[in-house]
Design a protein around this ligand. Structure first.
Ligand SMILES: [Zn+2]
Length: 86
């Protein structure tokens, strides 16, 4: 199950990035939360039966894991943060 979950998190990360819910810092490439989780849920749901078929056990599980991935992403790039506080 652990491996499944890792794969699901990878896919959820892709969904969130494609939807723009998480985005890379332009300077450092670090992922930051873009405050649009709803867009990621929508994208995931629209592709649940096609592109992501078989990856998640249910739509509910998919949105839970997308949320988990976004929650794990900080609001600010750590590298930018360090530069500003120096
Ligand atoms: Zn940065």
């Amino acid at each position: 199950m652990r491996d499944d979950h890792d794969h699901q998190r990878e896919v959820a990360t892709q969904i969130a990035r494609r939807a723009g819910a998480i985005a890379e810092c332009e300077l450092h490439g670090e992922l930051v939360d873009n405050d649009s989780a709803e867009e990621a849920y929508k994208l995931g749901n629209s592709l649940f039966d096609t592109e992501f078929r078989g990856v998640f056990a249910s739509r509910r599980q998919m949105t839970d894991i997308i949320k988990e991935v976004i929650d794990d992403t900080g609001w600010e790039c750590g590298a930018c943060d360090r530069n500003f506080s120096d």
